[in-house]
Design a protein around this ligand. Structure first.
Ligand SMILES: Cc1cc2nc3c(=O)[nH]c(=O)nc-3n(C[C@H](O)[C@H](O)[C@H](O)COP(=O)(O)O)c2cc1C
Length: 192
């Protein structure tokens, strides 16, 4: 049994990537508001290593506002073709500005312009307004590289708990919960 849940995650994630599943990097991200209201939405995992799980977003969005006040979050992956679910819980921190800049530079130009155009999660009066904001950004950065907006960056979720769920016949599913203990991890099995 793998003792390191990050290594284990990377192994199963690789299997999901080569299995032909659409968007294997898509995960549900849960955050919690000040008044303890949970909120969940999909994000795309961009990087995973010993330091944590990285996704990118608008820092002024609902999730961004919630994470600023309460940095605890959870990610949940489900890969039906593998019958595997992975749940990750922990706290987030912003990635470094250079890390965010480097990733932003790899995005296609229209996505970069879209990041300037969207005031994610604020009320949008009309779709024309959004198209106009996009055209304005395109005009502003015509014939130059699009810089990363200050309100757009990444979070790294540093896990405290990672659970692997394996679908098995007769509902005898297997659950392996890794909890952080000192510098290492403790693994326990859970009833399904
Ligand atoms: C498959 C999928 C992947 C998504 N990936 C991201 C992402 O990586 N970052 C992001 O900000 N929004 C992403 N979204 C949009 C979010 O689900 C959400 O609508 C948006 O971030 C606003 O959420 P909020 O109002 O809770 O902040 C994705 C949506 C889907 C369906």
């Amino acid at each position: 049994m793998e003792k390191d849940p990050i290594k284990r995650f990377r192994t199963v994630f690789r299997r999901a990537q080569v299995s032909g599943i659409e968007l294997p990097e898509a995960a549900a991200l849960a955050t919690v508001s000040d008044d303890a209201q949970p909120s969940v939405r999909m994000v795309l995992l961009k990087h995973a290593d010993d330091k944590g799980f990285v996704f990118y977003t608008n820092l002024d969005s609902q999730k961004g506002r919630e994470l600023k006040r309460n940095p605890r979050a959870s990610l949940c992956f489900w890969w039906p073709a593998l019958q595997e679910q992975v749940r990750i819980e922990g706290s987030v921190e912003l990635v470094s500005t250079s890390e965010a800049d480097d990733y932003f530079a790899t995005r296609d130009r229209n996505s970069q312009l879209g990041a300037w155009a969207s005031q994610q999660s604020s009320e949008l009066p009309s779709l024309d307004e959004l198209r106009h904001a996009f055209d304005e950004a395109a005009k502003q950065y015509e014939k130059q590289l699009v810089p990363r907006p200050p309100h757009w960056s990444g979070y790294r979720l540093r896990p405290d708990r990672i659970e692997f769920w394996l679908g098995k016949p007769y509902r005898l599913h297997e659950r392996y919960l890794y909890s952080r203990e000192g510098d290492g991890w403790m693994m326990t099995m859970l009833y399904p």
